[in-house]
Design a protein around this ligand. Structure first.
Ligand code: MCA
Ligand code: AMP
Length: 496
């Protein structure tokens, strides 16, 4: 019996007493301990009626048991569906209705509202920030071995929601092969081995922290210093004992803001990786001046996993995202036809890393996936003769704040629903810490709709990172002759 991901990422560690996760309190879970915990939680899933192909929604804190729950879904053949812990009740309601999970695991605080959202139809287990809750309680009573459920490479392992330009989030269906092939490429390319120790300070509900960081560590048998949240001081403290850091650009600008970052501190570090948002060339060069390390920038997307990477051994060029990963094809196109090197076009990608389509949305899948298997990323790029790729912009209307994606349409929909609002435009402006920050220009026919009134009506509906930092009340939005709102003019006017 085979299970593609389990056999590659988890089963090989069953007899290993080597340390896997080191937690904030200094406690250490060995690889063998992790394998046993995965089995215990897999039993809990089965007892709750979860069968192969069922979705398990996870809206839980970042804990060792949350990673074990991911492993348990893999072992039990279920589909892991992680959700940003900052999501509000109305955001959660959409995902639960769309994915129709067989089980929900949430923080103790969310139990009542998630029970309400699902009309008590879906079982809810809890996993609190201190590790207690019904999931862990039930798991503690289970056997430490579990009969792995067979899964083929094409079977689904995870469903990750990604917001869309239409405002409705789409569930990206990731197969065992999608995830494993990408983990293999990255592990080889970045030469990750069991001698590594990764500082993990990313959230684990996105591709970056879950798949790029955890799948590669499991595949290589690397140690992970698993931080429950981003904490600059803790990262500085851990750097001398570690070899790798994976982060969004904000991690690096914050590190540069700390006087303790110098060559002596990073003497044992082997690799600093950045992704999820553009790394400013200035950050890249300042980081090299301070530490002697050239940050390795890579590029990816939820639907595709990682697409390109700067080389490990070759030149890591600031402002570029490097070359297509082995096994991944990248084309720069105009209307689907490849353009010449040096010309700007749409970045399209094909390979085992590319997802299986959007959950329950075949028409959206067809819009973004060509018949020849190329996925249209919505990012604009340019390629050199030898294949090095630079991202020059985005065709999709997207703001990336501290590595979190915000689709303006989703926020505009909430603002436009407020009585008295005529229309709105949400746009990103440069921000020193988060890269981009979010503003909203609002046309209103109600004079009492000021900054505070708008914020108080928008905020209950959206996770905090999507909240506009400022509302600009205006008489009209700038439009071109086609009637399209010119967000570039808003950015120019309010960027400073
Ligand atoms: C926190 N806040 C934010 C953000 N993070 N606001 C806007 N954008 C954000 N990214 C809010 C907080 O709620 C808080 O609000 C205030 O801003 C300041 O919080 P702070 O303490 O500075 O934030 P933090 O907890 O230190 O978080 C910053 C962070 C975090 C560590 C950069 O945002 C983060 O972990 N980002 C990584 C996201 C990620 O993993 N992206 C990968 C997506 P208040 O002051 O009002 O309380 S996967 C992907 O993109 C693809 C596939 C890829 O290529 O990887
Ligand atoms: P997500 O929808 O969360 O999967 O975010 C994917 C998007 O993040 C991509 O389509 C890019 O626009 C952006 N992105 C990821 N990595 C990079 C990078 N290294 N440089 C610029 N943009 C990036």
């Amino acid at each position: 019996m085979t299970n593609t991901l389990y056999d590659a990422l988890i089963a090989p560690h069953a007899q290993s007493d080597a340390p896997f996760l080191t937690l904030d309190d200094g406690s250490v879970q060995s690889f063998a301990g992790f394998v046993e915990r995965v089995a215990q939680i897999a039993h809990v899933l089965t007892h709750q009626g979860v069968v192969a192909g069922d979705r398990v929604v996870v809206h839980a804190p970042k804990l060792a048991d949350t990673i074990a729950l991911y492993g348990a879904c893999v072992q039990a053949g279920a589909v892991y569906l992680p959700l940003n812990s900052a999501y509000t009740e109305s955001e959660l309601a959409y995902f639960i209705q769309d994915a129709a999970p067989s089980l929900i695991v949430c923080d103790a605080k969310g139990e009542a509202s998630l029970n309400g959202i699902s009309d008590n139809a879906t079982p809810v287990l809890t996993l609190a920030a201190d590790g207690t809750g019904t999931l862990s309680k039930e798991a503690n009573e289970q056997s430490k071995t579990f009969m792995t459920v067979a899964r083929e490479p094409e079977d689904l392992a995870a469903l990750l929601y990604t917001s869309g330009t239409t405002g409705r989030s789409k569930g990206a269906m990731m197969s065992h092969k999608n995830l494993l092939s990408n983990a293999q490429s990255l592990t080889d390319l970045w030469q990750i081995t069991e001698a590594d120790r990764l500082i993990h300070a990313l959230p684990i509900f996105h591709t970056h922290g879950l798949f790029v960081a955890m799948n590669t560590s499991l595949l290589a048998g690397a140690q992970v210093r698993f931080m429950s949240a981003f904490d600059l001081g803790a990262i500085i403290d851990e750097i001398p004992e570690s070899t790798m850091l994976m982060g969004v650009p904000t991690f690096y600008t914050r590190l540069l803001g700390d006087a303790r970052l110098d060559q002596a501190l990073v003497r044992n570090m082997r690799l600093f990786v950045s992704g999820s948002a553009p790394l400013l060339a200035e950050t890249h060069t300042t980081f090299e001046d301070r530490t002697g390390h050239r940050i390795l920038e890579r590029y990816g997307m939820t639907e595709t996993n990682m697409i390109t990477s700067n080389p490990f051994d070759g030149e890591r060029l600031a402002g570029t995202v490097g070359y297509a990963l082995p096994g991944t094809q990248v084309e720069i196109t105009n209307d689907g036809a490849p353009v010449k090197p040096g010309e700007i076009g749409m970045i399209e990608v094909r390979g085992d890393n590319v997802f299986q389509g959007y959950w329950n949305m075949p028409e959206k899948t067809a819009e973004e996936m060509r018949d020849n298997g190329f996925f249209i990323t919505g990012d604009l790029g340019v390629k050199t003769e030898d294949g090095r790729i630079t991202i020059v912009g985005r065709q999709k209307d997207l703001i990336i704040s501290g590595g979190y994606n915000i689709y303006p349409k989703e926020v505009e929909d909430v603002i436009n629903d407020i009585d008295g609002v005529v229309e709105s435009a949400v746009f990103g402006v440069p921000h020193a810490d988060f890269g981009e920050s979010i503003l909203a220009a609002v046309v209103s026919e109600n004079d009492s709709l000021d900054q505070d009134a708008l914020a108080s009506r928008v905020e209950p509906h959206l996770a905090q990172f999507k909240h506009p930092r400022r509302y600009i009340i205006t008489k009209a939005l700038p439009r071109n002759t086609m009637g399209k709102v010119q967000k570039n003019l808003l950015r120019d006017e309010y960027g400073a």
